[in-house]
Design a protein around this ligand. Structure first.
Ligand code: SF4
Length: 328
C-alpha cells in the first residue's frame, strides 16, 4: 500500500464498512461574524463547505436518518459516523452543542465526527465531548482546519488564526484521546513545496491521527474567485498538486490515516485541478511507485533523527552496538 487509506483503517477498527453521513446545522463561523474576522476565508463558498449535503435544510435527526438510508442502499454500510461538516461545528453555547450532537446519535452511529476551527475548540467543549463519548459509547473524531503552516499564507487567505491556535487545539484533543484530523490545502498560491514538507513534519511531530489533503478549488462569489477572474491569482494546476502530494506523503508519519487525497469541488467551480478523485489517486500512486516512494519513506527526522543516523543506525549496519561493541 502506498499510503494508509481511511476505508482500510475504519474496517480494521470497526470490523465493517463505516460510512460518513454529513450533517449541516451551524450556519456561521468566527471568521464571518466578526469574532475573528469578517468575510471568511478567501476560498470559502457560501455553504461553508456543505454544498454536497442535499438534506441540509432538514433537522439533525432527519438528516442522519436520510443519509444512513442512502448509505445502506448505495454502499451496504452497517455503521456510520455522524459528520458535522459545514461551517464551525463547535461554535455555539455548550447546551446547544450537547443537544445537537445527541440528536445525531441514533442506532448504528459509532462516532461523532466534528469539523471545526482550532480557535473554536475550548477545554469546556473537550469535556463535553468526552462526556458524550462515555455516555453514548461513541468515538470522537475532531477535524481541525489548518490549511497551511505558512503564517503569510494564513494571512493571505484571511484565515483569522495562526499555527499556534492549531497546535493548542491538537494538544488539547489528544489529551482526551480524540481522533484528530488536520485539513490542509497543498497548493495554496503563496505556499511552496517546502511549506508542504514542513507541514507534513509538524503534523507528524504533533501525532495527529489523520489528514485530509485538499487541492485548491475556486468558486464564484469568493474573494479568490474575484482575484482569479481578474487575473491576480494563477493556480498551480494538477502537475504541481501531484508533486506536492507526493512530497507531503513521503515525509508524513506512515501511521497517519489519509482521509482524502484531493478535494471534490462543486460542479460550478471556476477552477479546480481538473482530475476526478479516482484519477488523481491513480496518478499519485503511479508516480510514487515509479519513484520508489510511499507514505513515510522520508519519515526519519523525529526523535533526534540525525543523531540516530550517526550513532545508532550506522553502527547497527556496521555490526556495532551503540556502545561500540561488535554485535554477535
Ligand atoms: S472555511 Fe471555515 S473558517 Fe473559513 S470562512 Fe469558511 S466556514 Fe469559516
Amino acid at each position: 500500500m502506498i499510503y494508509r487509506e481511511l476505508s482500510h483503517y475504519l474496517k480494521e477498527r470497526y470490523g465493517t464498512r463505516v460510512q460518513r453521513v454529513s450533517i449541516s446545522y451551524f450556519r456561521t463561523c468566527p471568521n464571518r461574524d466578526g469574532t475573528a474576522g469578517f468575510g471568511g476565508c478567501t476560498f470559502c463558498e457560501e455553504t461553508g463547505s456543505g454544498f454536497g449535503n442535499k438534506f441540509r435544510n432538514l433537522d439533525v435527526r432527519a438528516q442522519i436518518l436520510e443519509g444512513m438510508k442512502i448509505a445502506r442502499q448505495k454502499y451496504k454500510a452497517e455503521k456510520f459516523m455522524a459528520y458535522f461538516q459545514s461551517f464551525t461545528n463547535t461554535y455555539g453555547p455548550l447546551e446547544e452543542l450537547e443537544k445537537v450532537y445527541n440528536e445525531a446519535l441514533v442506532e448504528g452511529v459509532v462516532a461523532l465526527d466534528i469539523s471545526t476551527r482550532p480557535d473554536a475548540f475550548s477545554e469546556e467543549i473537550a469535556v463535553l465531548l468526552k462526556k458524550i463519548s462515555d455516555e453514548r459509547h461513541v468515538d470522537i473524531f475532531i477535524e481541525f482546519g489548518l490549511e497551511s503552516i505558512n503564517e503569510n499564507t494564513l494571512s493571505y487567505v484571511n484565515r483569522g488564526h495562526s499555527v499556534g491556535e492549531f497546535i493548542d487545539a491538537v494538544l488539547r484533543a489528544k489529551r482526551y484521546n480524540f481522533e484528530v484530523i488536520a485539513h490542509v490545502i497543498l497548493d495554496l498560491p503563496t505556499d511552496t513545496i517546502e511549506d508542504e514538507i514542513g507541514c507534513a513534519k509538524i503534523l507528524s511531530a504533533l501525532r495527529v491521527n489523520g489528514v485530509k489533503m485538499h487541492s485548491l478549488y475556486i468558486v464564484k462569489g469568493t474573494k479568490m474567485g474575484i482575484d482569479y477572474l481578474e487575473g491576480r491569482l494563477k493556480p498551480f494546476g494538477a502537475d504541481e498538486y501531484i508533486k506536492r502530494a507526493r512530497a507531503f506523503l513521503s515525509y508524513l508519519d506512515p501511521s497517519i490515516v489519509i482521509h482524502r487525497i484531493i478535494s471534490t469541488p462543486p460542479q460550478n467551480a471556476l477552477y479546480s485541478i481538473g482530475l476526478t478523485y479516482t484519477d488523481a489517486k491513480k496518478l499519485i500512486e503511479e508516480e510514487m511507485m515509479k519513484n520508489s516512494e510511499y507514505q513515510g519513506v522520508k519519515f526519519d527526522y523525529l526523535n533526534g533523527g540525525n543523531w540516530r543516523k550517526k550513532f545508532v543506525e550506522r553502527r547497527n549496519s556496521d555490526g556495532l552496538r551503540s556502545d561500540g561493541q561488535r554485535i554477535g
